[in-house]
Ligand binder design. Structure first.
Ligand code: CO8
Length: 261
């Protein structure tokens, strides 16, 4: 397996890859080298047929405290524009397989945006979400403004982006930013995220990929287009062995044995 400097990768379950951001001295600030490693690890997992879902986490203190401010501070417009600074962050949103963010501690700036790029967010009671870029004289650049507005609505997104206020796990749950807050205890949120990933990985990978694709379409298409897209993908699944197997297993009162074909 590949050796990384800023992340750790493991297989807590045969079907699940766990990626842990590991730059503790900088609270997992998302430097360019860290992000290259993260993209590489995620792309490898996405291509691996034995993997059904990925979990992304940080430390107890910080999921990630944002893009690396020390790396950014002296950059000029010409550098960031010409070199498309941080644009490869968006690669995460192109992956086929689900990614679950397990968030403890700070998820700030790019860290909050990174969590929002994942498909499901589980939070520990210690999680704190925020977009403090306004305090640095800038604004979110990794999709925070758009994804927050779509997720929590205009007034809350404006408050977060314009004041930089940090939102607690409980508030994030109430606002629909995270699917749920798990119990206290060290490592609890990661265990729960791995359990969700394992559950997803037990399904037909084709159906899971299709499910992710159609839910994401809801953020880009009109309702009429989205409904048509969903119906077409649904129809298409009747061409798969997994549809035949899943429905036969139900009728025969047995567990389905999906072959991802
Ligand atoms: N970048 C670089 N270093 C950081 C960052 C960061 N974002 N966050 C923390 N660190 C470093 C600190 O500098 C410190 O290093 P050192 O020990 O060498 O001084 C170390 O981590 C520990 O941090 P603190 O001593 O500050 O720890 P505290 O517990 O006192 O405070 C906080 C924790 C509140 C999280 C504090 O560290 C903080 O405010 N960090 C910055 C948060 C922030 O502003 N984040 C937004 C960054 S901008 C951004 O993310 C833009 C994203 C654009 C994406 C574009 C994609 C296309």
């Amino acid at each position: 397996t590949t050796q990384y400097n800023y992340i750790l990768t493991s297989r807590p379950e045969p079907s699940v890859v766990l990626i842990t951001l590991n730059r503790p001295k900088a609270l997992n600030a998302l430097s360019s080298p860290l992000f290259q490693e993260l993209n590489q690890a995620l792309e490898e997992a996405d291509k691996d047929d034995t993997v059904g879902a990925m979990v992304l986490t940080g430390s107890e203190k910080a999921f990630a405290a944002g893009a690396d401010i020390k790396e950014m501070k002296d950059k000029q417009f010409a550098d960031v524009y010409k070199n498309k600074f941080l644009e490869d962050w968006a690669k995460i949103t192109q992956l086929r397989k689900p990614i679950i963010a397990a968030v403890s501690g700070y998820a700030l700036g790019g860290g909050c945006e990174l969590a929002l790029m994942c498909d499901i967010i589980l939070a520990s009671p210690t999680a704190k979400f925020g977009q403090p870029e306004i305090n640095l004289g800038v604004i979110p650049g990794g999709g925070g403004s758009q994804r927050l507005a779509l997720t929590v609505g205009k007034s809350r997104a404006m408050e977060m982006v314009l004041t930089g206020r940090t939102v607690s796990a409980q508030e994030a749950e109430k606002w629909g930013m995270v699917s749920r807050v798990v119990g206290e205890g060290e490592g609890e949120v990661v265990r729960e995220a791995v359990a969700v990933a394992k559950e997803i990985a037990s399904k037909s990978q084709i159906a899971v990929q299709a499910g992710k694709e159609v839910v994401n379409a809801a953020y880009e298409l009109t309702l009429a287009e989205g409904l048509r897209f969903e119906r077409r993908i649904f129809h298409g699944l009747f061409a798969t062995n997994d549809q035949k197997e899943g429905m036969a297993a139900f009728a025969e009162k047995r567990k389905a044995n999906f072959t991802h074909s």
